[in-house]
Design a protein around this ligand. Structure first.
Ligand code: C5P
Length: 208
């Protein structure tokens, strides 16, 4: 059976970096599913529409193409917050599920990261990892990442963002952020990226 790695976790937990590194290690295609929700939010904002306009959000979701994302724009700080608003609407999630499942069903396998990969998108994934870290650690990482891109990075405001997004993503009724029952939790609070990657690799090797 092909290797499908499902990585979930809260904002700035390191899940994206780990998913990318694991995908490179095993030669798998990688999908950062947060970009899908970010792209839907971005499409609405570009058209001057409200983020809770479900009909327009579904239309935007149906029209997405994985190949023409402007990642720099989508990864901007305010887009994460906007994404979590559109992501709370069940029809938007439904409109994005086939695209994610088709990606995961590629014959060569796949690595996907998000909030509901192990619970909803790929419940049968070969390996599920739930990546966590304290809110303070995640805020510090996000501030460094933004500063590295020349964006404004006020730590207190970012910590606030992280906590707000955690509450919205964990508290929503549609596919809330939570570990699948068969996921292995990896707490990266006290790990640097190399240590976290080594730990993730160990989990995959033990489970695949
Ligand atoms: O992971 P990232 O920060 O890019 O995700 C942006 C937002 O998209 C999250 O806060 C979450 O609300 C939503 N999301 C989701 N399900 C996923 C991936 C992201 O609801 N699988």
């Amino acid at each position: 059976m092909s290797l499908v790695i499902a990585i979930d976790g809260p904002a700035a937990s390191g899940k994206g970096t780990l998913a990318r590194r694991l995908a490179a290690h095993y030669g798998l295609p990688h999908l950062d599913t947060g970009l899908l929700y970010r792209a839907v939010a971005c499409a609405l904002l570009d058209e001057g529409l409200q983020l809770d306009d479900a009909e327009a959000a579904v239309a935007a979701a149906r029209g997405l193409s994985l190949t023409d994302f402007d990642e720099t724009r989508l990864r901007a700080r305010d887009m994460g917050e906007a994404a979590s608003v559109v992501a709370a609407m069940p029809p938007v999630r439904a409109a994005l599920i086939d695209m994610q499942r088709s990606f995961a069903a590629r014959p060569e396998g796949a690595a996907l990261d998000g909030r509901d990969i192990g619970t909803v998108v790929c419940p049968g994934a070969s390996v599920k990892i739930f990546v966590t870290a304290s809110p303070e650690t995640r805020a510090t990482r996000r501030a460094l990442e933004l500063a590295g891109r020349g964006e404004e990075a006020d730590y207190a405001a970012i910590l606030e963002d992280v906590k707000k997004r955690d509450a919205r993503d964990s508290g929503r009724s549609a596919a809330p952020l939570k570990a699948a029952e068969d996921a292995v939790t990896l707490d990266t609070t006290d790990l640097d990226i190399e240590e976290a990657f080594a730990a993730a690799l160990k989990i995959v090797e033990a489970r695949r």
